[in-house]
Design a protein around this ligand. Structure first.
Ligand code: AHM
Ligand code: MG
Length: 319
């Protein structure tokens, strides 16, 4: 029988034991979150928590549960200096001499799908901390030490990059994430585009033209189908495996874009690039974008190289 590798073992082999402990904590929290989601209908954990988070959004009970689990597990790891969460206005800093990482996360992404038994996820980025926590986590995405996500779906899968390729782990019946794909690569082009087309009338014109190009098979003759789940992790995971492009451009209502730079766009951009794809905000590579605040938003176009490059050229040409 083949010997199975857990996520903690993989990170210890490919990086170091301090980072492995951080991933072990994320995996432990993910096991609890996965169980709470899977059994949600049998407990009183669906629905609104009754509070509004820093984004002005209604927190769901499962959002709060996921956030608490991650903070509790990461709080036990000596090398974690601080955490930054979508659900908390300010970083939570742990006063530790050994603290050298900040873990930045969206504890449960896909709010609109939480109550309807559709895939949701946890997205995270790990940054090195030296000195001030906020200054450390605002550094461009190229400075990320590692990034990953967990998709809670028919299978529960954790995908990560340590800056050298992308690997996936599947949750087994014993509560361990076991390596199931090493060296994942994103197809170079097609066959899906993924966007909330209800917003198309308020996108910049160049995005409407770009989508027309895809629909008319004018990008290397490739035929496209539409796929949009409305959970970023699930839409990204499909794009990683099958290829194509996910786009959430700026809208009139959200001129900065909707998705969050630090804990949605940056980690997924790092994974996309490590898998051979790309991620831009339109004209600029996501990983090069500066951040002003921990909850900054951005437009996000992420996916296969052919589609992302074509979009970036179209935006540059439209200026
Ligand atoms: P959330 O962090 O409140 O869940 O919002 C982010 C989600 C993403 O998962 C998804 O890509 C996007 O919002 C969907 O937005 P929309 O419903 O506007 O299409
Ligand atoms: Mg989110």
């Amino acid at each position: 029988m083949a010997i199975s590798t857990t996520v903690e073992q993989y990170v210890a082999q490919h990086a170091n034991s301090e980072l492995a402990a951080v991933f072990a904590a994320i995996a432990t929290a993910a096991v609890s979150i996965e169980r709470a989601i899977r059994l949600a209908g049998l407990s009183d954990i669906y629905g609104a928590y009754g509070a509004v988070n820093v984004q002005g959004e209604q927190q769901q009970k499962l959002d709060v549960f996921a956030n608490d689990e991650l903070i509790a597990e990461l709080g036990k790891v000596p090398s974690v200096a601080a955490i930054v969460s979508e659900e908390d206005e300010a970083p939570v800093a742990f006063d530790r001499v050994d603290g050298r990482f900040a873990v930045i996360f969206d504890p449960l992404d896909g709010s609109s799908n939480i109550d309807v038994n559709v895939n949701v996820g946890t997205i995270f980025s790990i940054a090195a901390v030296s000195g001030d926590v906020v200054t450390s986590v605002l550094k461009p995405g190229t400075a990320q030490v590692a990034a990953g996500y967990v998709v809670y779906g028919p299978s529960c899968v954790l995908v990560l990059t340590l800056g050298k390729g992308v690997a996936a782990f599947t949750l087994d019946d014993e509560g361990e994430f076991i390596l199931t794909s090493d060296n994942m690569t994103m197809p170079a082009q097609g066959p899906y585009y993924s966007a909330n087309e209800a917003n198309a009338a308020s996108w910049p014109q160049v995005y409407r033209d770009y989508l027309g190009t895809l629909v008319d098979k004018k990008l290397n003759g490739q035929a496209y189908s539409a796929r949009y789940i409305g959970s970023l992790v699930a839409d990204f995971h499909r794009t990683l495996l099958k290829g194509g492009v996910f786009l959430y451009p700026a809208t009139e209502k959200q001129p900065q874009g909707k998705l969050r730079l630090l804990y949605e766009a940056r980690p997924l951009a790092m994974i996309a690039e490590q898998a051979g794809g790309g991620a831009v905000n339109g004209a600029t590579r996501i990983l090069d974008l500066p951040a002003e605040g921990i909850h900054d938003r951005t437009a996000l176009i992420v996916g296969s190289k052919a589609e992302v490059d074509a979009l970036q050229s179209a935006v540059a040409g439209a200026k």
